[in-house]
Design a protein around this ligand. Structure first.
Ligand code: SF4
Length: 702
């Protein structure tokens, strides 16, 4: 943190902000501006270091910080204006708010923290006594990615309460993670830096210029040194434009593509027989299954020219070692697990695991975080049920014979803007059958549905420690401004709640500093200090990568191309291709926005410029649709109006609308999430965002 000579800033170990000499904006002496270091907390692979300009209690500007060698002072377009607007804008929640019904509908009145805690205690206690404590559930997802804010005191509280546990990984990354575990166990992948040694880089379902910006530099440098780049993505993204080969497959067909390439290479004798023999389980079954995906058949399933599939096989044949950066897009459909397993398996059968420059990027092995110690699952009653977060509306609206959900606590999440079946989620949250508490920074679509709303701090107002999922650096931040209004961090919120519920265990009194140290104590208790306001390279603490000392903890102890466990679990010992469950004129794809991170920064006008529907020119011409016109996307679930952008970067028959918009930005009272289907993929019950079939029509007149 930068210290100003006139001001004594002391971000002490309790992670609260101390500015003893600075005069507030309303005071007599002007407060000199400061430049301080922090970290971007958003759900993004890059976890950039930031420099924040503050004047007193105000964040005036944000720019890239130099601390992190991966992000090197460069930020994306999402945060520069949006962070100050989020901290100080009109939507900021500054006090606890209690819903009151009025003639105009729902509005809120400010109440004290003491009243808020009393109400939560009273309502949750009523529910627990009438229905059992499993009738209460937290409703969280990504939110801020700090290790404390993302899962520490909050989990301890809900565990002790005996609330239903939730699996929120089904919204994103859980299907991919499960596929990884199925194929590799917990053996780790390669650091992204190793792309520099690859001769072939395969970017599969990862729009890196939007979601993993700084990886672009590494890839472009590798290309300059002669590496070939393949991008597999339904859309011609910016990185796809620079690729040696772009494979614009249909969403959901990844499994067919991987099998088809395997079959081509098998037929030409270009699979790595020695690797398959030595390191894999089920190699023969996988190869045999691949034969069913002959070129013509696979090209039909993938919506591709057969030549493109042959060209992809040729890339694997000619260029080694090959490294892969795979995103979460391939998991967002009914074939999510299968597609990702098949892509991993393709890397294995071509022998692209083990040698330097070969493998699948994955940095999770660099961060030895003791999640159990942070979240204390031992506090929960034995056999507490775990609910798929996607099923929460069902547990409210039609639970059948199961214990219903009668109280929800939303934090780190905006479920109305993020979940499929938006209408069901809103109906659930607005139901008179459930008491809903919410905690957030701003008044989101979900907070407007709550009965009681609590003010949450931004990450500028508390300290935390951040791992990354796109690089190997750990960064600890300190608060740079005091809490705004009566906002509190998640840690303080659940400390207060634990006290109000009479929980006396010492774990409910742990300070933030104590918890940060608990997270790393089993590895090296000096890690938090080493990462304090700098980026700590975690290489010395990393588990070895697979085939470089890392064990395959699969049942067979090998790379599992066939999994008996998956056969027993869902009948997919081998990855299987399933046809789309719905058919209409278009497939709707809702990828990441360049202006928002998931739903964060919805509600800030400048960050909504991309809420448009991209359509291929041939589709537009066939329907006499012009650029800038408004069309209506519809299916049996909803109808949503959007302005058209004609672009030949998208596939024919596919529409693109970036995710994360809020309802206020839609004239139809719902966003594209209302169009999304509710079915789940079979491995973990993951969300199938990209299995969305829609038709289009002119909007109704008047
Ligand atoms: S959203 Fe991602 S790229 Fe943008 S500043 Fe945050 S971490 Fe960096």
């Amino acid at each position: 943190m930068t210290h100003n000579a006139d001001n004594s800033f002391d971000s002490t170990s309790d992670n609260t902000f101390h500015n003893n000499k600075a005069t507030s904006q309303s005071g007599k002496n002007p407060v000199p501006p400061l430049t301080q270091s922090t970290v971007c907390p958003l759900d993004c692979a890059d976890t950039c270091s930031l420099e924040v300009f503050t004047e007193g209690e105000t964040v005036t500007k944000v720019r890239g910080g130099a601390a992190n060698p991966f992000t090197r002072g460069k930020l994306c377009a999402k945060v520069v204006n949006a962070f100050p607007a989020q901290v100080h804008g009109d939507l900021r929640i500054r006090t606890p708010l209690l819903r009151r019904d009025s003639l105009g509908g729902r509005d809120f009145q400010a109440i004290s923290w003491e009243q808020a805690l009393d109400i939560i205690h009273e309502r949750f206690s009523q529910v627990a006594s009438e229905w059992g404590s499993e009738a209460i559930a937290p409703l969280y997802y990504g939110g801020p990615m700090g290790i404390l804010a993302g899962g520490s005191m909050d989990r301890r509280f809900f565990h002790k309460l005996g609330a239903s546990l939730i699996d929120a990984s089904t919204l994103c990354a859980g299907t991919s993670g499960h596929a990884w575990d199925t194929v590799f166990g917990d053996a780790g992948g390669i650091d992204v830096a190793e792309l520099a040694e690859a001769r072939l880089i395969v970017v599969w379902g990862n729009n890196i210029t939007t979601c993993n910006l700084h990886l672009t530099t590494l890839i472009r440098d590798a290309q300059k040194r002669g590496a070939k780049l393949v991008v597999i993505d339904p859309k011609r993204t910016r990185i796809a434009r620079d690729a040696d080969l772009h494979v614009p497959l249909l969403p959901g067909s990844d499994v067919a593509l991987a099998y088809a390439v395997t079959a081509i290479l098998d037929a030409s004798g270009d699979l790595d027989e020695a690797f398959i023999e030595e390191h894999t389980h089920g190699g023969d079954q996988f190869r045999s299954a691949a034969k069913a995906f002959d070129l013509e058949h696979a090209a039909g399933l993938c919506g591709l020219d057969a030549g493109l599939i042959e060209a992809l096989a040729d890339m694997f044949r000619k260029h080694r070692p090959a490294a892969m950066s795979i995103g979460v897009a391939p998991e967002r459909n009914r074939n999510g697990s299968a597609g990702i397993r098949a892509a991993f398996s393709l890397m294995a059968v071509t022998g692209n695991i083990g040698p330097h420059g070969a493998g699948i990027c994955d940095v999770s092995r660099f961060f030895p975080i003791d999640r159990q110690r942070l979240s204390r699952p031992d506090l929960a009653p034995e056999n507490t049920r775990t609910l798929n977060v996607l099923d929460i509306p069902r547990y409210v609206l039609d639970p059948g014979d199961e214990t219903p959900i009668k109280a929800l606590f939303i934090y780190n999440h905006n479920p109305v803007a993020v979940h499929p079946q938006q209408g069901r989620m809103r109906d659930a949250l607005l139901s008179d059958e459930v008491f809903v508490v919410g905690s957030d920074i701003t008044m989101t679509d979900s907070m407007t549905c709550a009965d009681l709303v609590l003010p949450a701090s931004t990450h500028f107002e508390y300290g935390d420690i951040y791992k990354a999922y796109g690089h190997r650096y750990l960064q600890r931040s300190r608060p740079v401004i005091p809490a705004q209004g009566e906002a509190v961090s998640n840690m303080e919120l659940f400390r207060r709640l634990a006290a109000r519920f009479g929980y006396t265990e010492a774990v409910f009194q742990d300070s933030d500093d104590a918890m940060i140290h608990q997270a790393f104590a089993a590895t090296d208790s000096s890690i938090p200090e080493k990462a304090d306001n700098r980026a700590l390279d975690m290489t010395p603490y990393a588990k070895p990568a697979m085939l470089r000392g890392g064990e395959f903890t699969t049942p067979s102890g090998r790379i599992e191309l066939y999994s008996e466990a998956m056969e027993a679990h869902c009948g997919q010992g081998l990855p299987a291709y399933l046809d789309p469950p719905e058919k209409r004129d278009f497939v709707l794809v809702t990828p990441a926005s360049e202006l928002r991170t998931n739903s964060t920064f919805g509600g800030i006008e400048e960050q909504q410029r991309d809420i448009l529907c991209e359509i291929h020119s041939a589709d537009a011409t066939a329907r006499e649709i012009k650029d800038g016109e408004v069309i209506e996307l519809f299916n049996e679930r909803a109808a949503v109006q959007l302005t058209v952008r004609i672009s030949d970067d998208v596939r024919q028959g596919t529409l693109y609308v970036p995710k994360g918009a809020w309802i206020a930005d839609s004239p139809t009272g719902c966003t594209v999430n209302a169009l999304l289907p509710g079915h789940q993929e079979s491995a973990i019950g993951g969300a199938c965002y990209y299995d969305c079939a829609v038709d289009i029509r002119p909007p109704p007149k008047g």
